[in-house]
Design a protein around this ligand. Structure first.
Ligand SMILES: Nc1ncnc2c1ncn2[C@@H]1O[C@H](COP(=O)(O)OP(=O)(O)OP(=O)(O)O)[C@@H](O)[C@H]1O
Length: 271
């Protein structure tokens, strides 16, 4: 499947002039966004700005009023049923709070996308499920557990294993570290970075977690005023003069994260 080229980077998701609304309320107005192969893009914005709406729109779960969305080079709205299915198979999604089926074991949850899209013998699906379980750092005995028997961190990992079930190219993570303690969140960030490096994943991550933004995201996009207000590196965020962007990235909480990540030169000299 062809993907578009922009500079020498491959665009795997291209959103052009997309408008989404509910009744007479416009949530996204002619929004533009590109995501490049192999990057981890962190998506931030004040509460209620439309981060979930955008993600659901890109995933085809919400209608948009105008504009185009190309995923892996395919214009989703004008694609045939077969093309859409091929695209769907190459996307992995981790919804907020994990969203595992509580009546199914971890193994059965991971095998759901396999059952939906592939026709594989049970033995092979079991092998694949154990592989994904190992990949996300869960012990093998997690396979036969139900979500209610897992900790919050394990649920996130199990949900990630399900998102990886079909070896996707592009993974959507909706607030993956919310509800985790700082160590659990840092471990989860490290896992995402490792999977990107080893599997060549492209990651679209909605997050409020400054640690994640500072430690694993290659690029950041800020949603505000119904569009992508700023996109770029952390330095671009620091340099931007929008008040929300300034207080988010240069406020007290942000400064404490930066100091933890990169000790000030004076502190390094002291040690
Ligand atoms: N199905 C819907 N019908 C009507 N309005 C909706 C619907 N879904 C979302 N909205 C509205 O769209 C706006 C954006 O919501 P969204 O959930 O995308 O925000 P968000 O940026 O993800 O917020 P948060 O960071 O709090 O999760 C909100 O005003 C919300 O009320």
């Amino acid at each position: 499947m062809a993907t578009e080229k922009s500079d020498d980077r491959q665009v795997v998701l291209s959103v052009r002039d997309v408008t989404v609304g509910f009744g007479n309320k416009i949530v996204l107005d002619k929004l533009n966004l590109d995501i490049y192969r192999g990057e981890i893009l962190g998506f931030v914005g004040a509460s209620g700005t439309g981060k979930s709406v955008l993600m659901r729109t890109v995933l085809g779960l919400l209608q948009h009023r105008s504009g185009t969305i190309k995923i892996l080079g395919v214009d989703y709205d004008n694609a045939s049923e077969e093309e859409r299915m091929t695209v769907d198979m190459r996307l992995g999604v981790l919804f907020q709070h994990g969203a595992l089926f509580s009546a199914l074991t971890v193994k059965e949850n991971i095998q759901l996308p396999m059952r939906e899209y592939l026709d594989l013998p049970q033995e092979l699906m079991d092998e694949l499920a154990y592989l994904k379980i190992e990949m996300v750092g869960l012990p093998p005995d997690a396979a036969d557990k139900y979500p209610s028997e897992l900790s919050g961190g394990m649920i996130k990992r199990a949900a990630l294993a399900r998102a990886l079930a079909l070896d996707p190219d592009l993974v959507f993570l909706d607030e993956p570290t919310s509800g985790l303690d700082p160590i659990g969140a840092a471990d989860f960030d490290a896992l995402i970075a490792k999977l990107r490096d080893t599997l060549g994943l492209t990651v679209y991550m909605v997050t409020h977690d400054l640690d994640s933004l500072f430690s694993v995201c290659d690029r950041i996009a800020v949603l505000g005023q119904k569009r992508v207000l700023v996109e770029g590196t952390l330095e671009d965020m620091f340099a931007h003069d929008d008040p929300w962007v300034q207080s988010y990235f240069r406020g007290k909480r942000a400064r404490s994260v930066v100091i933890q990540e990169e000790p000030l030169a004076a502190e390094v000299e002291k040690t």
